[in-house]
Design a protein around this ligand. Structure first.
Ligand code: SF4
Ligand code: FE
Length: 482
């Protein structure tokens, strides 16, 4: 396994084409806006190297028997799935942000199932190819960006009817050595901190869309791939000299638009090629795994609750019954998020490939709660924190010879606590509610791993309605056939 330092050095060797604020980023690793997101991924290495967290952060490869980072592991039991939940929550607490590496883990696991299933039907060799690729990823302890979301153009039209055919990733050429693909993937979490990019279809498809039913993996710096960084609220605070106004200066996440401009993929890295009837299954498996992964939000929720309790103490209101009750409510919501992720893991089952998949109904219920509860937790944190969280003057003002003394005096709360510490915790809450971390804690909770309606459709499909009606009719004395 790589150390955090080795991970950082491995990124320096990549030749990624990254654009930000209209310019090519020459040094991605040290870029002050991108750097905190790299630090968050680096924690997946640092914690795996710490013997204290070995059981949680590492696993035994089912293909080589070697010790590997759990983020590269194919789940072999429900115990593995539960550990994945706990690892996500732990990482969320340690970074207070999106640590990005889960999308790759979820892609690998989904592909381990789908490639096997395609082979069963068509006698293809996708699973063999995939396992070879998996070994490469595990041996190198690599970060993979799982790329699913196409730009989609007109949402009312399938891929082949889009006025611009590139709105969904598709094959433009086939050669004896491989395929050439064109398209883009949007909102790609952790893209420029990744060694590899794993592309999957974004929706289920019919025969007319078969050129779009493709899955493959490429090195992140393959020729023809360009990354355009998404910007986040308050991102340029990271360019300021002072660190306090960042709220969480060391860690963050990022998203990028990834453009594939006629990129060559060798056959040994193609895991689905026009088997359109498996596109939907791959999407569902990835989505179910990623809906479970949102245990990370319970980890960031832990940070938020800890910050809310701290600011209550700094403000001197921690004994007020309504404040105590709000903290209880935040904990209740946060533990409910955790319950969903743990439960879909416990109720997971082995697929024909041997990989354990979460219970998909419960994973969808879990994610549906994630689309709501972090918003309520954030609302309660803001209620407790007070308006100062968003009206605080800048760090430069606090350091000013002329006005700093007044800010220090008038923004003091509890006499035992420095104004600076009060400011630090307020900025942390601001960061998660409105700043760079709000992308991960709020909007991604809404739309990541599928928007709320996607889960509602799955819930309606997966519940056993006939059984519920049988129960009801039997108790009501209504005659039924079974
Ligand atoms: Fe992982 Fe959460 Fe970030 Fe998704 S949002 S990549 S699950 S940390
Ligand atoms: Fe996500």
């Amino acid at each position: 396994m790589m150390t955090a330092k080795e991970y950082e050095e491995s990124l320096r060797k990549l030749n990624l084409v990254v654009y930000q604020f209209g310019k090519r980023v020459e040094n991605v690793v040290d870029d002050p806006i991108i750097r905190p997101s790299m630090n968050a991924v680096a924690m997946t290495y640092a914690l795996a190297a710490n013997p204290k967290y070995e059981d949680l952060m590492t696993a035994t490869s089912h293909i080589t028997g070697k010790k590997i980072n759990r983020f590269c592991h194919i789940h072999q039991s429900t115990d593995d799935l539960v550990k994945k939940t706990d690892m996500g929550r732990f990482m969320g607490g340690m970074t207070g942000s999106c640590f990005q590496r889960c999308v790759g883990m979820d892609s690998l696991n989904a592909l381990s199932i789908t490639t096997y299933d395609i082979d069963q039907k068509y006698g293809t060799e996708y699973n063999k190819r995939f396992l070879k690729y998996l070994e490469y990823v595990q041996e190198g302890d690599l970060v993979c960006d799982g790329a699913m979301t196409d730009p989609k153009g007109d949402r009312g039209l399938p891929p082949h009817l889009q006025p611009d055919p590139d709105m969904f990733m598709h094959v433009v050429e086939e050669t004896k050595d491989g395929i050439v693909v064109r398209g883009a993937k949007a909102h790609q979490t952790g893209a420029v901190n990744s060694h590899e990019i794993i592309v999957m279809p974004t929706i289920s498809m019919r025969e007319a869309d078969k050129d779009y039913a493709i899955s493959f993996a490429l090195p992140s710096d393959a020729k023809g791939i360009t990354y355009i960084m998404g910007r986040q609220s308050c991102d340029t605070r990271k360019l300021e000299k002072g660190r306090i106004d960042c709220g969480n200066a060391n860690f963050g996440g990022h998203e990028a638009l990834v453009v594939f401009d006629d990129v060559f993929v060798p056959w040994d890295r193609v895991f689905m090629y026009k088997e359109y009837e498996f596109a939907g299954a791959l999407v569902e498996q990835f989505a179910s795994y990623h809906r479970q992964s949102y245990a990370c939000k319970a980890g960031v929720g832990d940070v938020m609750i800890g910050a809310a309790q701290t600011i209550a103490e700094y403000n001197g209101v921690q004994k007020a019954s309504h404040v105590k009750d709000k903290i209880i409510e935040m904990n209740h919501l946060n533990e409910t998020l955790y319950c969903g992720s743990v439960t879909c893991a416990c109720k997971g089952s082995a697929q024909p490939s041997g990989t354990y998949l979460v219970n998909t109904l419960l994973a969808n219920v879990c994610k549906q709660n994630v689309t709501r509860f972090p918003y309520e937790i954030a609302r309660l944190a803001q209620d407790i924190a007070g308006g100062l969280m968003v009206t605080l003057p800048s760090e430069d003002d606090f350091n000013s010879k002329e006005v700093g003394k007044w800010l220090d005096k008038y923004f003091k709360g509890n006499a035992d606590v420095s104004t600076e510490d009060r400011r630090r915790i307020l900025r942390l809450i601001e960061n998660i509610c409105f700043g760079t971390a709000a992308v991960g804690y709020l909007t991604e909770s809404m739309h990541g791993a599928g928007s709320p309606q996607a889960q509602r459709i799955m819930i309606s499909r997966l519940v056993d309605m006939a059984q519920k009606q049988r129960y009801a009719k039997k108790l009501a004395g209504i005659k039924t056939e079974d």
